[in-house]
Design a protein around this ligand. Structure first.
Ligand code: ATP
Ligand code: MG
Ligand code: FE
Length: 341
């Protein structure tokens, strides 16, 4: 059973082939980051147009890599939501048109379920149940995951997502778009002892989080430093990046441990773009070692948006595959409404 997966929810076109027996056999990705950089953010119309340009060549590249043709594909999974409407429509239209021509079924996949299940594409593979820390550009949630489609939100950010906080903070520090990964790179060389920023909601008695204040705290700190020492030099900027990262990582680790303790679960699965953050991974691994917990991550390349997670989630939901034809997208879509699989 060979599933073709297509991701086009935002600014990455991802295509992959997942075989129920052989696993992930091919995945190709095109990121539009460079294209949007000049505008300092994703331009939806440009995103849609670029998905149109990329999706077929990426599909052909996947098939060619493993010596297969479209005739070998048994079902097509595509990101149905949430995401940018125009961008989603490209993947949905291509998936349905291809499937219609091939006379095979389609499966509309929830983008966040894709992220959430992506750690199952790595070895060792976690068994259910587990706590999932979903930390992406648009979402930050702690979930109890008892099976595919059985997601209970235990806590979430009340304002900015963790990735969004990375990106916005990077922007106000003058880093080029997309700032999150770059900020984290600079933070690695910063001194953790020089500045200290607040840990928002660290001691709240729930699992909710808040990151928008942290961004403001960085702005205040930067202004303070500028007032005292003049323009911020490179080492100081690295120290500020480090202070920001220290704060956000401590909150994410602390809330994750709290979720594990509260539910009595022993496994934590991290998913989404911020899951690529080295300091977060190191801090979680260290905390887990001390408490005899297991932490699982997606392969590094599959933390941010990709087609592999969509092909995989689709393969797990084949029971919900339908005939192609009329289709809809869901730019807003609540993960907890998914049926169990
Ligand atoms: P969503 O999945 O919620 O719709 P998204 O698809 O934009 O949002 P992802 O692709 O999962 O989010 O992740 C992108 C985010 O991850 C960006 O905000 C980016 O800054 C952040 N990110 C990527 N790498 C790192 C890193 N090493 N450290 C911190 N943040 C990172
Ligand atoms: Mg992206
Ligand atoms: Fe995403």
């Amino acid at each position: 059973m060979l599933v073709l997966g297509i991701e086009s929810s935002c600014d990455e076109t991802g295509v992959a082939l997942y075989d129920l027996k052989a696993g992930l056999i091919a995945h190709h990705l095109h990121t539009q980051m460079a294209m949007h950089a000049e505008y300092g953010g994703v331009v939806p119309e440009l995103a849609s147009r670029d998905h149109i340009r990329r999706v077929i060549p990426l599909t052909e590249a996947c098939l060619a890599e493993v010596g297969k043709t479209l005739a070998d594909v048994d079902a097509i999974a595509y990101t149905q939501g949430p995401g940018l409407g125009g961008a989603l429509l490209v993947g949905a239209s291509v998936a349905n048109a291809l499937a219609f021509g091939l006379n095979i079924p389609v499966i509309g996949v929830h983008h966040l379920e894709g992220h959430l299940l992506s750690p199952l594409l790595a070895e060792p593979r976690p068994d259910f149940p587990f706590i999932a820390l979903l930390v992406s550009g648009g979402h930050t949630q702690l979930m109890a995951v008892r099976g595919i489609g059985q997601y209970e939100v235990l806590g979430e950010t009340l304002d900015d997502a963790a990735g969004e906080a990375f990106d916005k903070t990077a922007k106000l520090l003058g880093l080029p778009y997309p700032g999150g990964p770059l900020l984290s790179k600079l933070a690695e060389e910063g001194d953790p002892a020089r500045f200290s920023l607040p840990r928002p909601m660290l001691h709240s008695d729930n699992l909710d989080m808040s990151f928008s204040g942290l961004k403001t705290a960085v702005l205040t700190l930067s202004k303070q430093v500028e007032a005292e020492h003049g323009e911020i030099d490179e080492p100081t900027r690295k120290d500020i990046c480090r202070a920001f990262q220290e704060a956000i990582v401590e909150v994410l680790v602390s809330k994750s441990l709290k979720a594990l303790k509260q539910t009595g679960m022993k496994k934590l699965v991290v998913a989404g773009g911020v899951g690529a953050n080295k300091q977060l991974r190191a801090a979680l691994d260290q905390a887990a070692l001390r408490r005899k917990l297991q932490v699982y991550y997606p392969p590094l390349a599959l933390c941010t948006d990709n087609g592999a997670m969509i092909a995989f989630a689709g393969a797990m939901r084949l029971q919900y595959a339908t005939a192609p034809g009329s289709y809809s997208i869901k730019p807003r879509w609540d993960l907890s409404t998914l049926p169990a699989a």
